[in-house]
Design a protein around this ligand. Structure first.
Ligand SMILES: NC(=O)c1ccc[n+]([C@@H]2O[C@H](COP(=O)([O-])OP(=O)(O)OC[C@H]3O[C@@H](n4cnc5c(N)ncnc54)[C@H](O)[C@@H]3O)[C@@H](O)[C@H]2O)c1
Length: 263
């Protein structure tokens, strides 16, 4: 590894599994000091152990991102431990259901919004004064291709990711003059805890080879392939990038999926 985050201090939410875990391990290998948060304390402990095994500097804290109080506590503990925070990755998210519109419950919509939208809003709100004062910071929101186009998730999930993409742009424009950068990554189909049931079902009915076939690279991705893009946006290499929503999706948003043509 080349130390692309040497000496940087980063908070990652939803770090116990999937894309968050892959990012935490990659950031640690690239020299970052880490504060990792998740509701799943046991899996978070496992990631902490893996990072300590590679001599990474890490603090973990059980945090529900839908609670503003818990986010405030997380950020204050992070600042107490590391004095400065350079990077925030708002990664924690849930999928929500796929019920028909007339059957969707408002509680489900609220839960998806509380985690997928308000989580990043609370974390950004409580770290931004610190980053503005230092005139330095990079925030990366993990949105989805579902926030760009229909066809990749339920209504509530897709709408929440579209909201997160717009929050990325409006907040980036608000703080750009303070040299704080805010971008989003829009993953396509990635094999993680969130999508595991789908992958297991496809394998059980012998349709594994069809997974991801509608994207141009004709396959689903591993979480590490998203982590590399997050690392780039977090690093100083992305110093002139802000307000962007970048698909990491095997090309699925590059073309129209005309039924019968895109096989
Ligand atoms: N897997 C995909 O195909 C895919 C595609 C597009 C976007 N994403 C996005 O990537 C992000 C990471 O998801 P993943 O695929 O790695 O899924 P995952 O389920 O493997 O990991 C998500 C992590 O977030 C944590 N989490 C859930 N609710 C939380 C809360 N309220 N507070 C704190 N932590 C919480 C979970 O415990 C879990 O560890 C999500 O925002 C998701 O919407 C995933």
């Amino acid at each position: 590894m080349s130390g692309r985050l040497n000496g940087k201090k980063a908070i990652i939410t939803g770090a116990a599994n999937g894309i968050g875990r892959a990012s935490a391990l990659l950031f640690a290998k690239e020299g970052a000091n880490l504060v990792l948060a998740d509701v799943n304390e046991s899996d978070l402990g496992q990631v902490e152990k893996e990072i300590k095994d590679i001599k990474g500097n890490v603090l973990t804290r059980k945090t529900d991102v839908s609670s503003e109080e818990e986010i405030k506590a997380l950020i204050s503990i992070a600042l107490e431990k590391f004095t400065n925070i350079d990077i925030l990755v708002n990664n924690a998210g849930i999928g929500g259901g796929l019920d028909a519109l007339e059957e969707q419950k408002s509680e489900e919509w609220h839960m998806v919004y509380d985690i997928n939208v308000m989580g990043p809003v609370y974390a950004t709100k409580h770290i931004i004064a610190h980053m503005k004062a230092r005139r330095s910071g990079s925030i990366i929101n993990i949105a989805s291709v579902a926030g760009l186009l229909s066809g990749a998730g339920g209504n509530a999930y897709s709408a929440s990711k579209a909201a997160l993409i717009n929050f990325t742009k409006t907040s980036a424009c608000e703080v750009g003059s303070f040299n704080v950068r805010i971008n989003a990554i829009c993953p396509g189909l990635i094999e993680t805890g969130m999508t595991q049931p789908f992958f297991e079902w496809a394998r059980s009915v012998g349709k594994e080879s069809q997974l991801g076939k509608y994207c141009e690279l004709k396959r689903a991705a591993a979480p590490e392939e998203v982590a590399w893009a997050i690392l780039f946006l977090a690093s100083d290499e992305a110093s002139y990038m802000t307000g962007q929503a970048i698909p990491v999706d095997g090309g699925i948003t590059a073309s129209m999926s005309v039924p019968g043509r895109k096989i």
